[in-house]
Design a protein around this ligand. Structure first.
Ligand SMILES: Nc1ncnc2c1ncn2[C@@H]1O[C@H](COP(=O)(O)OP(=O)(O)OP(=O)(O)O)[C@@H](O)[C@H]1O
Length: 358
């Protein structure tokens, strides 16, 4: 778990110290150091650090206007970074010095589709193939394969304007893949789609990642980040408010607890006496013990329980969902406390208490 520090110190996981033995860690597919951007007086990005390992899915989460699209636009060379930004490297190429090489390595699908509704799905694809200078035979093969893979073969000869929202989005993604990009930027890829279409898109993304593609995703949907992302960064007021896996983020906010259910009232009573802070539910013989769901907290709880000699019939660990995290992190009156230093606690055991504002 890596809550960000105002100094923009890169998170330990994001930029590990070079190993003294063994093979060096591969360079991230996407990395940004102190990325800044302002429009006039408005600071959109106040210096953010990112590192996305190859073959992983990184989700940038944030409310409307947080700067997600701006980040994608800068990393995909569409917009210039602000003055004072550090190194921005995508696919091994510097975004400022080698924009062409970056463009050759990436695919971008934005909130505004590149699909032309006046021509058919297949014609849209062939147009893309021409833009990528594919040979005559190759363009036919690549287009047919992608249409098949994205379940668009039957509709291929129909004007794209007749497609459903989900089909258009699939076509858009298929068009992006014509050039065979190793790195994909998906800016809110499922906004406005129905649940079935969203699940289809998620599966397509998973398949791409299984094939080695790196995905940089922006989304306002917490379940989407939860479903797809290996790591999630929450963008708030121009900074990364927190970064980690979905589970790590969930441990950042209060609401986590362990639920112990007993079948024997005597055992229930004994356990309740031994566990200070436990919320009792006499009707169901259940105790709810607040905790961050970490290994350490769980061990303490079990040690206490063992000392009483009673055993629970059922033990479940509840962590808050990403909604709780999102609201806690993007509510400017509360920010999570920084993690204890690695010497004090494992990196997967972040502090989760609400703290005073910065
Ligand atoms: N070209 C521009 N000129 C001026 N301001 C801009 C420009 N592009 C973006 N902004 C401003 O920068 C801020 C961040 O916009 P951005 O589109 O990156 O946010 P977002 O997180 O993608 O939001 P949404 O989820 O609504 O798409 C907004 O306040 C927006 O108005």
């Amino acid at each position: 778990m890596t809550p960000h520090h105002p100094s923009n110190t890169p998170p330990p996981q994001a930029s590990p110290a070079p190993a003294t033995t063994g093979p060096a860690a591969p360079a991230p597919a996407i990395s940004a150091t102190s990325l800044r951007k302002s429009y006039g007086e408005k600071t959109v990005l106040a210096g953010i650090d990112l590192a996305v390992p190859e073959g992983s899915v990184f989700a940038l989460l944030g409310p409307n206007g947080a700067g997600k699209t701006t980040t994608v636009q800068i990393l995909s060379t569409l917009v210039t970074p602000g003055g004072g930004s550090g190194a921005l490297v995508v696919g091994g190429h510097d975004v400022a010095r080698e924009p062409q090489a970056v463009r050759a390595a990436i695919g971008v699908t934005g909130q505004f589709s590149a699909v032309d509704g006046l021509i058919t799905g297949e014609e849209n694809m062939l147009l893309m193939a021409d833009l990528h200078h594919l040979g005559k035979r190759e363009r036919r093969t690549v287009v047919a394969e992608l249409l098949e893979r994205f379940d668009l073969t039957a509709a291929a000869r129909k004007p794209a304007s007749t497609y459903s929202g989900g089909m258009k989005r699939r076509l858009d993604l298929a068009m992006t893949l014509v050039g065979g990009p190793r790195i994909l930027f998906l800016d809110e890829p499922t906004t406005g789609l129905d649940p079935r279409s969203r699940h289809t898109m998620w599966q397509l993304v998973r398949d791409l990642v299984a094939g080695g593609t790196t995905v940089f995703l922006t989304t306002q949907y917490l379940d989407e980040a939860d479903e797809l992302a290996d790591r999630i960064a929450v963008l708030h007021e121009g900074r990364i408010a927190a970064e980690g896996s979905a589970d790590e983020l969930k441990r950042l906010v209060p609401g986590g607890h362990v639920r112990l259910r007993f079948t024997d009232p005597a055992a229930y009573g004994t356990a309740a006496g031994a566990l200070p802070g436990a919320v009792r539910d006499e009707a169901t013989l259940t105790l709810r013990v607040p905790g961050d769901g970490s290994q350490r907290a769980l061990r303490t709880l079990l040690d206490r329980l063992d000392a009483t000699g009673v055993e629970a019939a059922e033990l479940t660990v509840h962590t808050p969902d990403l909604d709780d995290v999102f609201f806690a992190l993007t509510d400017s009156t509360t920010v999570p406390a920084p993690s204890p230093s690695p010497a004090e606690a494992p990196t997967t055991t972040p502090a989760r208490t609400k703290e005073t504002p910065r």
